[in-house]
Structures are given as C-alpha cells and as structure tokens.
Design a binder for this molecule. Sequence first.
Ligand SMILES: *Cc1c(COP(=O)(O)O)cnc(C)c1O
Length: 396
Amino acid sequence: MPGYEMWGAEERREVEEVLETGILMRYGFDGPRKGRWKARELEAALCQRTGAAHAQVVSSGTAALTTALAALGVGAGDEVVMPTFTFVASFEAVLSVGATPVLADVDDTLTLSPAAARAAVTPRTKVIMPVHMCGSMADLGALEALCAEKGLLLLEDACQATGGTWKGRALGTVGKAGCYSFDFVKTITCGEGGAVVTSDPEVARRCDQYADHGHDHMGVDRGADLHPALGYNFRISELHAAVGLAQVRKLDGFLEIQRRNKRALREALAAVPGVTFRRIPDPEGDSASFLSFFLPDEARARAAARAMQAAGIPAMYWYDNNWHYLRRWDHLKTAASFSPLPAGVREALTALASRPFPASDAVLSRAISTPIALGWTGDQLAERCAKLAAAVRSAG
Ligand SMILES: *Cc1c(COP(=O)(O)O)cnc(C)c1O
C-alpha cells in the first residue's frame, strides 16, 4: 500500500530542484524561484490524473477535509453523516468547523451503509461523507441518489483510496468535493500532505483562500492581497509538494503492483472454508491497498487474526482498533476536548456512549484486513499466500 516503499531518485530530483532555489514556500518569490512551482504542478498533475477540474493541495488529509467542509459552507448547527468505521481525522475535521458528526453504520462494503445514512438524515443534515476505507469504495450510486433526493452535499473522504475509481470516475470526483491524504502510510506520500478536488469553481476558489488565511491570491504582492473571508494556514511546503509530484507520477505503477499482489492473496484465501470477502461496489475500481475479508463469527475472526500475527502476517482486526472504529473512540464519546465545544455538539457526542451499533459490530467483529505491499518479490508473494491461507485455515 504505501508509496514510501518506492522512494527513490525521482523524489530526490524534485526535492533537489526546490533546494537549489531555497524557495520553500508555494506562494510568491516569483523571481528567485526560477519557474519552480511544485505545489501548482502537483495540483495540475492531480487534476490530470483524476479528471477533476480543480485541486487544492494542503498540508494534510485532515486539513483537506476541514478545508472542503468550510468551502462547502458547513459549520455551527450543521450535521455531517459519516460512518462508524474510518480514521479519527474524519470526525476531527467535522468538529473543527463547529459542525456535528452523526455516525451511521457500515455494511459489508466496510463503508457507510446507504440505508443507515438515510435513517441518520435530519433537517440539520448538510453533508453525507462516505469514507472509501482500505482502498475501495462506498456504494456511491445509492449515496449520490440519497443526496440528490434530500438536497444534501456528497463529500468523499478518499484519503485511503487515492487512485481508485467508481464506474470509471476517480474516487473523490464523484461528490461535490473529495479529499486525499498523502501522509506517510498512504498509497502515495509526500511525508505530510493532502488535497481537495472539486468540479465546482466556487468551492475551488474558497478552498484556495481558506487554506491560506483567506488570501484572495489576486495580485503579485502577498502583502497587498485582500481577505474576502476568514481562513487558516493549511499550506503545503514546496519540499513536500515536490515529493508528492514524483509520487503521483508513480501512482499507476503502484496500483498495478497492488492489484496483482492482491489478486494472488485473494485467490489463496478463497480456497479456505468459511472465508468471504468484503463487497466492493465496483471491483474494477478497487485500489487494492488492502485485502479485507470476513470469518463466520467473532471467535473465528479473532483466532484467524492471532494465527496470522503468529505467522508474521499483519492482521488488522478493526473491532479492537483504537483509531478506526467507534467502539474504542472513548475520547469522542466522552467529548474529551481541551476546549469547550459549540452548543449541541457535546450532547450529540456523549449520546453516542449509550447508543449501540449492532450492525457495525456484526460486520467489524468478523472482519480482518491485511495490507498489500509494493516491494514483494515473486517468492515472497508466494510464501505470503501460503502462510496466509494456512493461518486462516488453522482458525477453523
Ligand atoms: C489518513 C486519513 C485521513 C487524514 O489524513 P492525514 O493526512 O493523516 O491528516 C482522513 N481520513 C482517512 C480515512 C484517513 O485514512
């Protein structure tokens, strides 16, 4: 899955170009930078790769989600429907704009259940935010229809699915806006970074301004820029953007390797009785960064995860995970904030503590994911296939 496995001469060359001029900032210094605009080039490359009309590169995936929500006009009093299974950054971004995250169940796609999302909609709902977890997509057809019917905005958290597609469209470009993460363990990395993509020029303009203190970016002198609205500093540095630029050019190569490696592991596991696989709404668009599967019950899933770990194969047993599943988000459920939360948000969060999510539990207590590496040799892959199948079989 992670681009850090394939760090090399291409990344070094891009960084070197920035180091030569010493202009580490993405804005201004037009003369000394000698025509080197890495953040801009990365944005152009992302547009080209995804088909999005606009891309705004920022300092992290969390910053991208925050920027997108702000640009979509989401704030105090608004509700954002999101899944119980994601990374904590998804709700952090919602909270950071003063809105309320409303959690809804996931289904056997490991992503937001369209039925659960529908049931979670209230008059205060503004956004439906599916998360394309572990490399593949939510049921975007059903979620798009729900948003159209109810007049809601679709925001895709595609931080774990850069390069994936749904019916030929890049994940992140199906909704009103979509976000990617380029943190160190993502499909492509620039150390720390992220991006918002959108086809809406007004949303794009707002992202551009919000991520840089509200600068209108109309002039050549930053100091003379006007500030049409409040913003923050979520800028990416040119050094980070340079790495991202080299990595985005490698994305198709990464996907090809991931898909090949995943296919082999999946075939090996398909022969094990009791194993079923995560449902993928459009299998062709799977970015294949993880292989995710189910055992018939929690006991067998726990036994399989233990056997995999004993065999030296990483096994993500999400049900017990501190960072990815609601069950262990005690800080969210107790609203453990260093500073006071906006009116109504604390009540909504603490109400989660006593609300069961049996449908999510039923999925995640049986689910295991294992990451797909880029660097395996043919022998290593064959060995992993055999070990994975043996470990999971032993749990039967
Ligand atoms: C990684 C991730 C993020 C946040 O990205 P960062 O770049 O680490 O801030 C958001 N959502 C999901 C689902 C992620 O996996």
